[in-house]
Design a protein around this ligand. Structure first.
Ligand SMILES: *[C@@H]1O[C@H](CO)[C@@H](O)[C@H](O)[C@H]1NC(C)=O
Length: 232
């Protein structure tokens, strides 16, 4: 569920740089065949927005249907009309008694709004903001239907749905390729020495491996106490 493809822009860039300086500028659609470049790469290389409209010639190219999409995400990777627009959207449902894994978006600020249900949100903004006791500030928000919070780009955040009904949300991003970083998993992908030092030598050797293996792989986790309450 990571909508990232960092290689493509790099390849597109290399192809752009490889063009001979004397080349007569043709529309990008003629410059390379579809075998050579993906539609997204062509859109990214387009000289102008007008050229992008030519590449997206059908009106349907401008419609995205979340009800038939595999992922609850519309980004430039699966909705090409977003290329060059600088925005993307997610519309989904946080199941009853679930929590999104602690994550951040490396390139985008997120506006998270609830269409239905209830969500408890926690966000660690950045180093600097402190609470009244001088500790790292953590911003907690209790959201009901029709309410919204903001996660500035790079802030760590997680959401819990503590109820027995799903919480439906809409999340807007100010990047067409917002991407996700999973804080715990990525931290523990570092070498053991780095982890040991990072955690003040409180964890070492096999324990590091134990923690690494225990970190959930899913983006959405179950909250067991809540499930027990809802099954009653
Ligand atoms: C929440 O979303 C689910 C799945 O799309 C849908 O079935 C349900 O009706 C929605 N709930 C509300 C209250 O809108």
């Amino acid at each position: 569920m990571l909508p990232v493809s960092t290689l493509r822009p790099v390849v597109a860039m290399m192809i752009a740089l490889a063009l001979p300086a004397s080349a007569v500028p043709h529309p990008i659609s003629n410059r390379a065949t579809s075998e050579e470049l993906s539609l997204n790469a062509k859109l990214q290389l387009a000289d102008t927005a007008v050229e992008r409209y030519q590449l997206l010639s059908k009106d349907e190219d401008f419609v995205f249907d979340f009800t038939s999409s595999k992922a609850p995400i519309a980004s430039s990777e699966n909705f090409h009309a977003l290329t060059g627009v600088g925005a993307s959207l997610s519309m989904g449902s946080l199941p009853a008694c679930s929590m999104t894994f602690l994550h951040l978006h490396p390139r985008a600020t997120e506006l998270f709004a609830l269409n239905s249900g209830h969500v408890l949100s926690e966000m660690v903004p950045e180093t600097g903001p402190v609470d009244s006791e001088g500790n790292q500030r953590v911003i907690r928000a209790e959201l009901g239907t029709g309410m919204m919070t903001v996660y500035p780009a790079g802030s760590f955040h997680t959401q819990v749905n503590p109820n027995c009904e799903p919480a439906n949300f809409t999340a807007a991003f100010n990047s067409e390729e917002f991407a996700i970083s999973l804080v715990a998993k990525q931290t523990f992908s570092l070498s053991d020495d780095v982890i040991a030092r990072t955690f003040g030598e409180s964890i070492a050797g096999e324990d590091i491996e134990k923690v690494r293996d225990a970190i959930p792989k899913d983006m959405v986790l179950k909250v067991e106490e809540c499930l027990a309450k809802c099954e009653k």
